[in-house]
Design a protein around this ligand. Structure first.
Ligand code: ATP
Length: 512
């Protein structure tokens, strides 16, 4: 655990050092849990967006996109349930004065017991070697069984308390489990209270309730209110989807762990409208599609797991998360939710407008059901960074910092370098770069020793370096150096564009 936390610290400082992520308004000592993306960060972020947009919109004939406003009519949030129910249960520790989400404290408690079971399994594996039968061990080992029972009992009580929003029961569970504050180590807790997560502001110069509007806490509602606009103008036939990428705002009780939980963040959401009754089929379909999208990146198949929701949101009839093994452990990266017809029906009721679809095959009109996929762009960014960041031993006490970002997502695809600053090499390098930059994001570097320049590109995550040397002037060849293997190959300049273009192409991810 300690090692993982250290890893997060290293990632944060590496991100800052190379211009991926800066603390926001840093010259004023920053603003809690708010970050700015720097010159490399914005490129990585844009590439992740492109990968998502292509996979969701361009690869699906029945999905289109929108870009709706952040401000929406305030009744939207009454209809969606956010005004009344977008609350988190919060609890304070009286000694440390730290504030926690009560449900997160409980989840972390359960996760710790899970880790204990995992440790028992590791011990068993070591002791019995090849003869170890994990299934049998899990079914019979007394320690495992005791811990498993504790997890089940805790989860059952959690489910009951959270589903009925019974704040006293949540408090009692925290006390009964003897959960201590991670900072003060004490059990001196306040009662549990509800806290609404929406930021409000006022429209124009009018004061008072009527002018209160909210910064959207999710992008989904901008899709729902445009459901008929898109369906009619795009002549969409059910099943079809609407996708959107945009900012969302939540006044999180505890915003920490770098860009994992922020108060201003970005979401990539898709609402898929289906025939009532078909939603579970499409829920399974999207679960599979989304996990494949993640795995195609090659960040490590064992870094993902599905987690079914215990407490279903007020709108859902099935929901799960794709969790990722972040430096802080397995946490939610993406949610897949079957939202029923809740949102459209609510908007019908509050707006007085019909939001129905006439199904020519059934010859009837209905309010469609919705399956949603919702991923946090910033969390995806952290997933990519944390799996890519490595300190590699090169022998002789030398090390290199490496970001092995999947080439299709890397900020720069190629660095072009003349071996020296003279003999016409810079001119030749510039000529190569001018041709390549039409298609690929290139960076030019002529300063310092070649080895040092390679190290800088490794740390920035640039997958390929092209070196222009004296031989280039004689036979029109250059070397391509591979970031991950550090191997070099000599190729003809005429083939360079094609070779690198193929290596960094996004279509490989989209078709795998
Ligand atoms: P959590 O349980 O971690 O608070 P959530 O279940 O409330 O997340 P959703 O409402 O399902 O999150 O939002 C969809 C996605 O948006 C999440 O999977 C996550 O990737 C992202 N997200 C949500 N809240 C934040 C935040 N405060 N900062 C960054 N990303 C977020």
């Amino acid at each position: 655990m300690v090692q993982k936390d250290d890893n997060l610290k290293d990632i944060i400082s590496h991100s800052k050092e190379y211009g991926f992520v800066f603390p926001s308004s840093e010259i004023y000592d920053g603003l809690a849990a708010t970050y700015d993306y720097g010159q490399l960060g914005v490129e990585l972020k844009n590439n992740i967006k492109e990968y998502w947009w292509k996979a969701m919109v361009h690869m699906h004939e029945n999905i289109v996109g929108v870009d709706s406003a952040i401000f929406m009519h305030p009744t939207t949030w009454k209809a969606s349930g956010h005004v009344d129910a977008f609350n988190d249960p919060l609890i304070d520790n009286k000694d440390s004065k730290k504030r926690y989400r009560a449900d997160v404290l409980l989840e972390e408690f359960v996760e710790k017991i899970r880790q204990k079971i995992q440790k028992e399994v590791e011990k068993g594996k070591k002791r019995f070697g090849d003869d170890f039968d994990e299934e049998q061990f899990l079914a019979t080992n007394p320690n495992v069984l005791r811990n498993q029972k504790k997890i089940e009992e805790t989860e059952e009580r959690m489910r009951a308390a959270l589903e009925s929003s019974d704040l006293e029961a949540i408090y009692n569970l925290i006390v009964d489990l003897e959960i201590v504050c991670p900072v003060s180590g004490s059990k001196n807790w306040t009662e549990v209270r509800q806290f609404n997560l929406m930021f409000s502001t006022e429209l124009g110069s009018v004061a008072g309730d009527a002018a209160t509007i909210y910064l959207r806490p999710e992008t989904a509602q901008g899709i729902f209110v445009n459901f008929l606009n898109v369906q009619k103008t795009g002549r969409m036939k059910i099943p079809f989807g609407i996708a959107q990428i945009g900012k969302a705002f939540r006044n999180e009780i505890v915003a920490r762990q770098f860009i994992f939980r922020m108060r201003e963040f970005e979401q990539m959401e898709m609402q898929f409208f289906v025939r009532p009754g078909d939603e579970m089929k499409w829920y399974d379909y999207w679960k599979e599609q989304r996990i494949n999208w993640h795995k195609a990146l090659g960040l490590g198949e064992d870094r993902y797991r599905f987690h079914d929701h215990m407490k279903l949101a007020h709108y859902a009839n099935a929901a799960c998360d794709i969790e990722y093994d972040f430096p802080m452990g397995f946490k939610e990266l993406e949610g897949i939710h079957s939202r029923t017809d809740f949102d459209l029906k609510q908007h019908e009721e509050h707006s007085g407008k019909k939001l129905q679809y006439f199904d020519p095959e059934l010859n009837e009109s209905y309010v469609p059901y919705v399956v949603e996929t919702s991923i946090g762009l910033d969390r995806m960014f952290l997933a990519v960074l944390s799996s890519s960041y490595k300190m590699e031993d090169l022998g002789d006490g030398k090390q290199r910092a490496l970001l092995s970002i999947p080439p299709a997502l890397a900020p720069y695809k190629v660095a072009i370098m003349p071996l020296t600053k003279k003999d016409g090499l810079p001119e030749k390098a510039r000529e190569i770069m001018d041709a390549m930059k039409l298609d690929l994001n290139c960076i030019y570097d002529e300063k310092g020793a070649a080895g040092r320049r390679y190290r800088i590109q490794d740390a920035m995550g640039t997958p390929y370096c092209v070196m222009v040397d004296h031989q280039t002037l004689e036979d029109n060849t250059v070397t391509i150096r591979d970031r991950d293997t550090m191997e070099q190959e000599r190729v003809n300049v005429d083939d360079l564009h094609q070779i690198i273009g193929d290596k960094v192409a996004m279509h490989k991810l989209l078709t795998s």
